[in-house]
Design a protein around this ligand. Structure first.
Ligand SMILES: Nc1ncnc2c1ncn2[C@@H]1O[C@H](COP(=O)(O)OP(=O)(O)OP(=O)(O)O)[C@@H](O)[C@H]1O
Ligand SMILES: [Mg+2]
Length: 337
């Protein structure tokens, strides 16, 4: 594919923002901003700000301005976008890039207008929106320009989206404001209920990375974590096993499966047969949960597979949508602002 100038594909995510220029990943930063409360000035952005989470005095606020895929704090999101655009496009006042930015499927027009407004204010010259599942399919190089069915499942930190695509557009889709962060919360709740111990969200995510699975594993594994006793408030250590984590994740994983199942149910039968042949392409950070492909295959009755560029395909697809050969075909299916 041609490298088309310095236009940007921006995937503005709940936890991570990724930017592709042409066909190369130019930036990947946590969507986090640290602000000095008094002056309302930015202290740091991205990775550096992320490291401050939960470790700063009251004079500094560390914020995640995106929640469940939509803008929760407009001002901070705009400042964050300004920073990342500058980082990839340089700080010249004369060059303002053209941007294709992603929004989750099914957001309201007010929510998508806020993203459009923020990216324009942040220093882009022209801006278009694209739904994340459509961008994902483009970024995976699925043959979505044909009258045949292709299905993607995007497992993000704050959203779960499933969609069937054909003729450069979405034929059937569903999206819930529920994702990896809610899986972490389920681990927190489980440990509190079962052991009377409290853990923070960073620890919960670490537990998920180390022991998380979507299906039962033969071998039992465990790790020791530090927690706080719910009653005495004192620190205690706990040995937690992969079975514990599976138990915690069971209900939230059902919600992910249901999202995909609903989409299959409302897909026209002709397209379902294509999907049975081709499978469901799974992307997003949640695709790295061991066994998620097997769980989906089993529960959906359609083969699910993981894509190689699961973290970057959405940003890559957004950049592809700006390609002069692709844009004219896709533009009628993009959200209006
Ligand atoms: N090995 C893993 N097992 C389980 N979950 C994982 C793993 N690696 C990453 N994740 C989860 O993936 C999520 C981040 O994925 P991603 O970068 O796709 O989210 P995002 O784009 O910021 O969110 P969204 O698309 O919902 O706005 C986090 O919740 C993280 O915990
Ligand atoms: Mg995402």
């Amino acid at each position: 594919m041609a490298v088309f100038s310095r236009d940007l594909g921006v995937d503005l995510g709940t936890m991570f923002t990724r930017i592709v220029v042409g066909n190369k990943l130019a930036l990947q930063e946590p969507t986090v901003v640290a602000i000095a409360v008094d002056e309302q000035k930015i202290v740091s952005v991205g990775e550096e700000a992320q490291e401050m989470l939960g470790k700063v005095p009251e004079s500094i606020e560390v914020a995640r301005p995106m929640q469940n895929g939509v803008i929760a704090d407009y001002e901070i999101t705009e400042k964050f976008l300004e920073y990342v655009i500058r980082k990839v496009s340089g700080s010249s006042r004369f060059f303002r890039p053209k941007v294709m930015i992603t929004v989750p499927y099914g957001v309201t027009s007010v929510e998508s207008r806020a993203v459009h407004e923020a990216i324009l204010q942040a220093g882009s010259r022209e801006a278009y929106l694209i739904q994340q599942p459509l961008a994902a399919a483009l970024g995976m190089d699925l043959p979505i320009g044909t009258p045949s069915g292709n299905m993607v499942l995007c497992l993000g930190a704050g959203t779960t989206q499933a969609a069937v695509l054909a003729m450069y557009g979405i034929v059937a889709a569903d999206s819930i404001r529920f994702g990896g962060i809610q899986l972490d919360e389920a681990i927190i709740t489980h440990i509190r209920k079962k052991y009377g111990l409290i853990i923070g969200s960073t620890t919960a995510e670490q537990v998920k990375f180390k022991l998380g699975t979507a299906i039962r594993q033969e071998e039992e594994r465990s790790i020791e974590i530090q927690a706080q006793d719910q009653v005495s408030g004192l620190p205690r250590s706990l040995n937690i096993t992969n079975d514990d984590v599976l138990e915690a994740l069971k209900e939230p994983l059902k919600r992910l499966v249901e999202t995909a199942r609903k989409v299959l149910e409302k897909t026209p039968p002709e397209l379902v047969s294509d999907i049975i042949d081709r499978g469901v392409a799974v992307c997003g950070g949640g695709a790295a949960l061991p066994g998620i492909d097997r769980l989906m295959t089993k529960e959906l009755g359609v083969p699910a597979y993981l894509v190689d560029n699961s973290l970057t395909c959405i940003a890559e697809g957004a950049a592809t949508a700006l390609d002069p050969n692709v844009y004219p075909k896709i533009k009628r299916n993009l959200p209006l602002v």
